[in-house]
Design a protein around this ligand. Structure first.
Ligand code: ATP
Ligand code: MG
Length: 437
């Protein structure tokens, strides 16, 4: 993509309304713009990162055996009256009346709808277990939307729902999602800790929240110092017993949110317990038959009797993750994207767009990189070098490749890894190999 044809409205000044660094950088780097309180437009660069995050979430859900669907954002109030949550949900639910005076709502989560749709398509215990998921916009009329996409009102969530014949099978589904979550966040270059958590209004008795430790996090968290190191994620998720042992092993190293803080456990782990702030990027729940019973989901068991499936639900804050990644990876000059979620792999800077020889060399390298399948943002604008370097640092693309007149005469370009400092001179041929490696 040529920057001269792109839409990248970067800001020189830090916007006054943004209190935390990720929000400031998302506005400055032209990723998002606020259109109403807690509601954002996704600009081209921000949308590319959102799609990358979404792609990693999808790949790990698919790998865990979950099946993707897409539910509507607007739902009928009837469904929520059936479960009793229409009144219970309170002012966070955005309620809408259509032209026929029918009560509708913008989905804040989707247990009722998934359970109902699933109930309409299964008959027998042989149709279980299943995990269905979607990646869809949610709306919660948060009392205090803040910190940009971290606490928006409209936000992108991956929500999954598991259906199992009994508790043992439901635990296996829960554990599958548990490991899938750890793999998802690791694949994004994020260090995340699974914390014992309260279930809240969703109900049920087993839950974990996944937190990125950050001073700007909204939750209080406690964790064993062992959690400061990355963990091995080598386990066969199809082997229920091995997976349970693996999850039990992780849970043995205490980690919990504020609400779930257990003084007895804290005393037992003693001085090795760390206290910090966390950004909740995901949460998983097992809640038994709460929604299956309420929504009339039952299947025929092996002996012909009716069985009410056990369920769990599993959320990931896809748009919140972008803020969390930036909180975890930036410097004074801007964002430092982990490779897996970077909007482009290379920013190619033509230092002298007014020089025909330099421009011809930069154009040729651009064509070469594109032909090699590299995602390149080509700064071909007629601007000063300083402004181009500042933009490249701000938007945080992993590799910066600079074509200047001196180098062109010598047959070299300058290559720099964002965040790593040192520049390297290399021949044009070597550049493609370097940025692909
Ligand atoms: P929080 O405690 O932060 O309000 P929650 O526990 O109400 O979140 P869940 O119902 O567990 O949220 O939703 C699943 C995930 O969706 C959360 O782990 C979080 O990452 C994300 N999420 C929830 N609310 C928001 C929001 N207002 N803006 C952005 N992401 C959100
Ligand atoms: Mg939660």
């Amino acid at each position: 993509m040529r920057l001269s044809r792109y839409f990248l409205p970067v800001l020189k000044e830090t916007p006054g309304e943004a209190q935390i660094v990720s929000h400031q950088l998302m506005l400055r780097a032209g990723l998002i713009r606020q259109t109403a309180a807690g509601i954002y437009a996704w600009l081209p660069l921000g949308l590319r990162v959102l799609k990358k995050i979404e792609g990693i979430v999808r790949a790990e859900q698919d790998r865990a055996g979950a099946v993707e669907v897409l539910m509507p954002t607007i739902q009928s109030a009837e469904l929520w009256k059936t479960s009793g949550r229409y009144d219970a949900y309170g002012p966070e639910m955005l309620r809408i009346t259509d032209r026929h005076d029918r009560e509708m709502l913008f989905s804040p989560t989707a247990e009722e709808l998934f359970t109902t749709i699933f109930a309409g398509g299964v008959r027998s215990y042989r149709d279980l277990p299943r995990i269905l998921y979607q990646i869809q916009w949610k709306f919660r009329d948060e009392i205090r939307p803040r910190f940009g996409v971290m606490r928006g009102r409209e936000f992108l969530m991956k929500d999954a729902y598991s259906f199992d014949i009994d508790l043992a099978s439901a635990r296996h589904s829960y554990n599958r999602m548990f490991i899938a979550y750890l793999r998802t966040f690791a694949a994004m270059g994020l260090h995340v800790i699974p914390m014992r958590a309260d279930t809240g209004p969703i109900g049920g008795d087993l839950s974990h929240e996944f937190h990125v430790v950050a001073a700007t996090g909204e939750s209080g968290v406690f964790y064993h110092e062992k959690w400061e190191q990355p963990r091995s994620l080598e386990v066969d998720a199809d082997d229920a017993a091995a997976l349970q042992a693996y999850v039990d092993g992780l849970n043995a190293d205490y980690a919990a949110t504020d609400e779930k803080r257990d003084p007895a456990l804290e005393a037992a782990t003693g001085a090795s317990l760390k206290e910090s702030r966390g950004i909740e990027v995901g949460q998983i729940f097992y809640f038994g038959t709460k929604y299956s019973a309420a929504m009339g989901l039952s299947v025929q068991g092996p002996d012909g009797s009716a069985i009410v499936p056990h369920m769990g639900s599993y959320g990931i804050g896809v748009s919140r993750l972008m803020g969390a990644i930036i909180e975890a990876s930036h410097d004074d000059a801007g964002i430092i994207w982990p490779d897996a979620v970077a909007p482009y792999r290379v920013v190619l800077i033509n230092l002298r767009a007014d020089d025909a020889v330099c421009t011809a060399a930069a154009d040729a390298l651009y064509a070469k990189l594109e032909a090699g399948g590299v995602e390149v943002l080509y700064d071909d604008r007629d601007e000063r070098g300083g402004a181009k370097f500042a933009t490249a640092d701000l938007i945080g693309v992993p590799w910066q490749v600079v074509v200047g007149p001196k180098g062109v005469a010598a047959g070299t370009v300058e290559v720099k890894r964002r965040g790593a400092g040192a520049k390297e001179e290399m021949g044009v041929e070597a550049v493609v190999a370097r940025v692909i490696s």
